[in-house]
Design a protein around this ligand. Structure first.
Ligand code: PMP
Length: 284
């Protein structure tokens, strides 16, 4: 595998490349006790970097880890990492915590052994002209009683990974996962919106999916601009009948869905408005 250029702040210094961070007996490498976040630098801006840094600390607490890095320190390190690349390079900024040692019962983690690093790596912005095709996944999102869904935890992602692999195998770019009640939750990599008659709809947070920072930001910007946004329970049939479907997430920001199962869709006015509002905010 070829990794794009990567810089990581670990144990007091910057390292280049895919620097090893875990041993074979590290609790996180064996039992998945890691949390992370993802922010972006692109076109010279880092929108909502502070919120991503705040969230990784909240995720650590939810996972039973110790958020030992103050938010201001994360932000400072992120900017220092960005400066290691040519100005304007599109980058992904990834703070991360994990448990090094087990606790007294082995499967439990020792919060006092929390370690952390921050990586910054090259990641080009996806072309919005290339819309994505999505399908309904046979896999579902767990509830808060079944998994640490209030953390952006690495251990939640194997479920999304198998949903993506299964969808790719059927010729789709991404998978829509429902919660256990059969309401649409999110995509495997982003939050989901639809538009019908000029009104935007998106699943109401119910503890089964990440209520994304880009999602919350986009809802606020759309409402300020006078677009009605309804957060409610949505069924898969609502997406199949929608005028527009689009996604929000730190990686692609606001991106169009151009096929839902066999049905072709065009990027529409609500999507275009949401994307422009986000870009204006980011540069604002
Ligand atoms: N859902 C999942 C599963 C994600 O991985 C992401 C990307 N972090 C999102 C939603 C979008 O969240 P955010 O806007 O905070 O990046």
């Amino acid at each position: 595998h070829h990794w794009t250029q990567t810089w990581t702040f670990l144990d007091g210094q910057w390292h280049e490349g895919n620097v090893p961070i875990m041993g074979v007996r590290t609790h996180a490498s064996w039992l998945g006790t890691s949390v992370f976040d993802g922010a972006r630098a692109f076109e010279g801006v880092t929108p909502d970097l502070d919120l991503h840094c705040l969230r990784v600390n909240r995720s650590a607490l939810a996972m039973g880890l110790k958020p030992v890095v103050p938010v201001e320190k994360w932000i400072e390190l992120a900017h220092a990492g960005v400066k290691r690349f040519a100005p304007g390079t599109a980058l992904y900024i990834r703070p991360m915590y994990w448990a090094e040692f087990p606790g007294p019962r082995t499967v439990d983690a020792d919060p006092e052994s929390t370690r952390w690093c921050l990586s910054v790596y090259e990641a080009g912005m996806p072309d919005p002209a290339r819309g994505a095709a999505v399908t309904l996944s046979p896999f579902r999102r767990p509830t808060i009683e079944c998994a640490v869904t209030d953390a952006k935890a690495g251990a939640l992602y194997p479920n999304n990974s198998r949903a993506l692999v299964e969808a790719h195998g059927r010729g789709f770019d991404n998978a829509v996962l429902c919660d256990m009640l059969g309401n649409v939750a999110e995509l495997a990599t982003a939050n989901i919106f639809l538009a019908k008659d000029g009104v935007a709809f998106t699943p109401a947070p119910n503890g089964t999916f990440l209520s994304g920072i880009t999602r919350t930001r986009s809802i606020g910007l759309l409402r300020e601009a006078g677009v009605e946004v309804v957060e409610t329970a949505l069924r898969w049939s609502d997406f199949r009948d929608a005028d527009e479907v689009f996604t929000t997430g730190n990686y692609s920001k606001v991106a169009p869905i151009t096929r839902v199962e066999a049905r072709e869709l065009q990027p529409g006015p609500v999507f275009r408005k949401a994307r422009k509002l986000y870009w204006d905010f980011a540069h604002g």
